[in-house]
Design a protein around this ligand. Structure first.
Ligand SMILES: CC(C)(COP(=O)(O)OP(=O)(O)OC[C@H]1O[C@@H](n2cnc3c(N)ncnc32)[C@H](O)[C@@H]1OP(=O)(O)O)[C@@H](O)C(=O)NCCC(=O)NCCS
Length: 176
């Protein structure tokens, strides 16, 4: 599915999957901060970068090393994904993935469509291994990663405290 692409939601509505543009910076920060504020899915509760920094990041991203993807419905950013290639010669065959959708847009196949687009980009630039960390309580995310072939490579015991309880961080990877 070359970018931009349209994903037809099975429950109705079209979602546009495209590369993030500098003009998306404000909505991107708002989106990731809203999901961070749910406190149970992402490591960060607020993005460390300012809107201006994100704008620059989107503008200057090297298309062979970084992919910033957004999912847009009716002009609203409903989700996004990022893939960042390893920065060293020794690990530039790998990339780290992050993905998140607004609460109301989950469970409708958009995450799978975003992830498939991201993996297609990774293949096209010669990345061999995509990896990520996911909290062990995040059943939906783990189901999605498994569905696309990711396997658990390691588990960091009690790596995070979520709602007062220690939770493992599961490190998963997919060889392309
Ligand atoms: C994780 C996330 C990106 C997945 O995207 P999504 O669009 O919600 O997922 P999909 O609709 O594509 O579903 C993918 C698979 O997950 C499974 N799934 C869906 N809802 C589920 C649920 N409530 N519980 C367990 N598994 C579920 C299904 O197997 C589904 O595949 P299927 O439709 O073929 O049955 C999204 O839910 C999200 O943004 N969550 C909050 C942020 C987050 O957790 N980010 C990842 C951090 S590692």
């Amino acid at each position: 599915m070359p970018l931009p692409a349209t994903f037809h939601r099975p429950d109705g509505g079209d979602v546009l999957l495209r590369r993030a543009q500098p003009e998306d910076a404000e909505a991107h920060v708002e989106l990731w901060n809203a999901i961070g504020a749910e406190r149970i899915y992402l490591m960060t509760e607020r993005l460390a970068r300012t809107v201006e920094e994100v704008r620059t990041q989107f503008r200057d991203a090297d298309p062979l090393r970084t992919l910033w993807l957004v999912a847009e419905q009716d002009g609203q950013l409903v989700g996004g994904a990022g893939l960042q290639r390893g920065v060293w010669k020794k690990n530039e065959h790998t990339a780290t993935l992050g993905i998140a959708l607004r609460k109301e847009f989950r469970g409708r196949g958009i995450g799978e469509a975003l992830l498939r687009s991201g993996l297609e980009w990774a293949r096209s630039v010669g990345i061999r291994k995509v990896k990520l960390g996911v909290f062990a309580t995040n059943d939906r995310a783990i189901a999605l990663y498994r569905k696309l072939g990711f396997v658990e490579e390691a588990r960091l015991r009690g790596e995070v405290i979520l709602e007062g309880h220690p939770v493992d961080e599961v490190l998963m990877a997919l060889w392309l």
